[in-house]
Design a protein around this ligand. Structure first.
Ligand code: AMP
Ligand code: MG
Length: 383
């Protein structure tokens, strides 16, 4: 199978475009740091990840990046055997390709695209794994009181975040009327899942109660893919590695000679900068940022995370970073907490076991401030 391995060149839809009235942004910071991977104080550094350079050990660092699911997937593993490392990575990349076929709403022939076409008419049988991901998403909608909602898709489209054939955001500020028409279709409560055969719980159908309801797994899919890729790597005998899928990270084992992995916290006001560092092991980290996808019209910035309850892109929140036990949770919660805002967001994080986080936002006076959970503070202090 042909794969695009990223080796210093950028995919064609990684473009920054400025026009007179509208400007479009797409985070290049990830790529910039990847390209400038260099040795810093004996540490290998790429993206926001700092790993130790192996010494006195037969373990060798193997790194590969591919462009998949519209983003860059970077896998780094330590292994004594080149063969084992290559085979493990190939399996992990294949797993992510499989999940792309399942969850993509860009690919017309994906299982999700079929569901989006058919479930508006009638209950349709659906791949069991996809149904489980949708059920898990509904669970996160309940936890975040609707802040996270995979039925946000019609709003993402209306605001022009899906982009044109080249992947460029088209950017559109809808009228109140347009928003009013779309909002009833946006609710996880419009998703109806039924068990077809009572003897076989995995035999389920899905139906959208509103004809305009559509699902977008963009806020949870990459996290899920990271968890599944980690499972594949571990099964293939890899004991130490780090997966970074466009800011959705899972780290297991540790680099040789170290107890854990060091993760840099991006400064959302200048995402080439690192604000601080913290250590993790067998943990996931995800960041949702307003700098990732946005457009500017008449000096107003509109970023890609939308409050499903109002239909409006969230304002003033700059970034949310979540640390949790698995990447699915980190991904869903970073988006959900982004919508909830600094007060409700922190309250939610504090109420959940095994979840920590930091929110960076602009206060009423335009000052950049941070709110973090007590556990996250401890993580930063330890590092
Ligand atoms: P993330 O980068 O994980 O925060 O995901 C952001 C993407 O999820 C957006 O580009 C949209 O496709 C989609 N999205 C936007 N707002 C929401 C929301 N409130 N809940 C779930 N998905 C969303
Ligand atoms: Mg997310």
């Amino acid at each position: 199978m042909y794969r695009l391995f990223v080796n210093g060149s950028l995919g064609s839809n990684y473009k920054m475009k400025i026009t007179k009235k509208v400007s479009y942004g797409f985070s290049l910071s990830f790529v910039v740091l990847l390209l400038s991977a260099c040795l810093l104080d004996g540490n290998l550094r790429w993206n926001n990840v700092i790993a130790s350079e192996p010494n006195d050990t037969a373990l060798k660092l193997h790194r590969r990046s591919v462009y998949t699911m519209g983003s860059l997937l970077n896998i780094s593993i330590y292994s004594e055997s080149d063969d084992r490392a290559e085979r493990a990575m190939e399996k992990a990349f294949n797993e992510v390709d499989r999940l792309d076929w399942l969850m993509s709403n860009y690919k017309n022939d994906s299982e999700l695209s079929r569901i989006n076409r058919e479930a508006t008419d009638r209950p349709v049988a659906c791949n069991g794994e996809l149904i489980s991901i949708i059920e898990e998403s509904i669970r996160f909608s309940n936890i975040t009181r609707g802040g996270f909602d995979i039925t946000v898709s019609p709003l993402v489209k209306l605001w022009g975040f899906y982009g044109n054939a080249d992947g460029d955001i088209t950017g559109n500020v809808p009228s109140e009327d347009e928003l009013k028409k779309i909002i009833p279709s946006v609710s996880y409560k419009n998703i109806k899942i039924d068990v077809l055969d009572s003897d076989n719980w995995s035999d389920r159908t899905i139906f959208f109660k509103n004809r305009k309801t559509q699902i977008d797994l963009g806020a949870i899919g990459k996290g899920y893919a990271v968890d599944k890729a980690a499972e594949v790597l571990k099964k293939a005998g890899i004991t130490s590695g780090l997966i970074n899928f466009a800011g959705n990270i899972y780290a297991f084992g540790s680099p040789p000679g170290r107890k854990d992995w060091v993760i840099g916290l991006k400064d959302p006001t200048n995402s080439d900068n690192i604000k601080g560092a913290f250590r993790i092991k067998e943990r996931a980290v995800a960041t949702s940022g307003d700098y990732e996808r946005f457009f500017i019209i008449d000096n107003k910035k509109y970023a890609h995370i939308i409050d499903p309850r109002t239909g409006m892109p969230v304002r003033s929140m700059l970034s949310v970073t979540i640390v949790s036990e698995d990447a699915t949770t980190a991904d869903a919660l970073s988006t959900g907490v982004f919508v909830l805002g600094p007060i409700d967001g922190i309250e939610l994080i504090e109420s959940l076991d095994g979840v920590e986080g930091i929110l960076i936002f602009e206060d009423r006076n335009g000052n950049v401030v941070e709110n973090m959970s007590t556990g996250f503070k401890a993580l930063l202090e330890k590092s």
